[in-house]
Design a binder for this molecule. Sequence first.
Ligand SMILES: CC(=O)SCCNC(=O)CCNC(=O)[C@H](O)C(C)(C)COP(=O)(O)OP(=O)(O)OC[C@H]1O[C@@H](n2cnc3c(N)ncnc32)[C@H](O)[C@@H]1OP(=O)(O)O
Ligand SMILES: O=C([O-])CC(=O)C(=O)O
Length: 375
Amino acid sequence: MAEAKVLSGAGLRGQVAGQTALSTVGQAGAGLTYRGYDVRELAADAQFEEVAYLLLYGELPSKTELAAYSAKLSKLRDLPQALKEVLERIPADAHPMDVMRTGCSFLGNIEPEKDFSAQRDVTDRLLAAFPAIMCYWYRFSHDGQRIDCVSDEPSIGGHFLHLLHGKTPSELHVKVMNVSLILYAEHEFNASTFTARVCASTLSDLYSCVTAAIGSLRGPLHGGANEAAMEMIERFASAEEAVEGTLGMLARKDKIMGFGHAIYKDSDPRNEVIKGWAKKLADEVGDTVLFPVSEAIDKTMWEQKKLFPNADFYHASAYHFMGIPTKLFTPIFVCSRLTGWAAHVFEQRANNRIIRPSAEYIGVEQRKFVPIERR
Ligand SMILES: CC(=O)SCCNC(=O)CCNC(=O)[C@H](O)C(C)(C)COP(=O)(O)OP(=O)(O)OC[C@H]1O[C@@H](n2cnc3c(N)ncnc32)[C@H](O)[C@@H]1OP(=O)(O)O
Ligand SMILES: O=C([O-])CC(=O)C(=O)O
């Protein structure tokens, strides 16, 4: 059994900053659990909507509850005209994470959370509307098309692919999107979730918590790593080139995106799952470069640094094989992690104290103010 990672030093590493009943990360013998369920079992057999319900409502739904929940989400997919107009004004070269942040924030203006008793309805609305926010902007700014924001796809993953590509997605692609959304849904006190909880602790509204969390997820050390990993993988034309390139990056002390983790010590339990699906997709498209390049980087990182791929690394090629533009990778993460963020906001609100740590002062000693004319 793997020993726990030594957690000390900067970045609040190893500090217990609160309690949660939502997930365990990196506990010996239990890689990642959502409300007690192993994420690998959920990814194998559940639908993302079931997992969202589990996180947001506390237990797995019955068949009837799931049908009602999925129907509720489907009805909430369309965007208000005012939001479409805002999205149409955002340029094509904007970062889609900025689009998500603006879309979420704007919806908070026109459909505000009037009372905390509406928190689940606001979350369900965002869960249903996020794929359209991303795709409406993308298709308008890139293809000049005003797409229909509703589809008859039963799942959120299928709905996203349908809006993006304008056609019914294959069964395999719907399955992989479903797995991906499950794997990304929740991860304890990661940076974006902690951001959401800090915001919630001031008794702010849910849209503010989610908007803040999107800002934290955007960075390449967190959710943005899947895009950065894709950009790196694409630079290599063969496994040999990838090995050489990785050795060079390590020699220059570059960070290799999609590797390492703040909590896991020698593997990320989500990796084996998404890697398996990335391989299936590679076979489907007849890939002979990207997947071997990814494996070569993976092998070199382990041999040289004992660093392992995190959830982001093989997500990069998996999404690429499904024809998803690289810049949309992190926004998909938003569509999923929203469930974890919101569940943490509910938990924070249910037992709140404002989050306000202390700082160790390392500045100059106290001194006398000097008026500007004498400086
Ligand atoms: C969904 C997610 O958010 S998962 C994370 C996604 N982020 C990435 O993939 C970005 C690349 N990875 C990283 O930057 C880091 O591994 C993080 C941010 C995920 C975790 O950071 P930390 O907890 O500070 O890492 P940790 O303490 O394990 O680092 C140990 C050593 O390995 C090095 N290291 C860690 N990850 C990497 C990496 N990807 N490439 C090269 N070196 C690395 C660190 O620089 C550190 O070296 P040092 O002791 O010489 O300074
Ligand atoms: O937990 C973390 O530090 C990063 C994260 O969100 C994840 O791995 O899903």
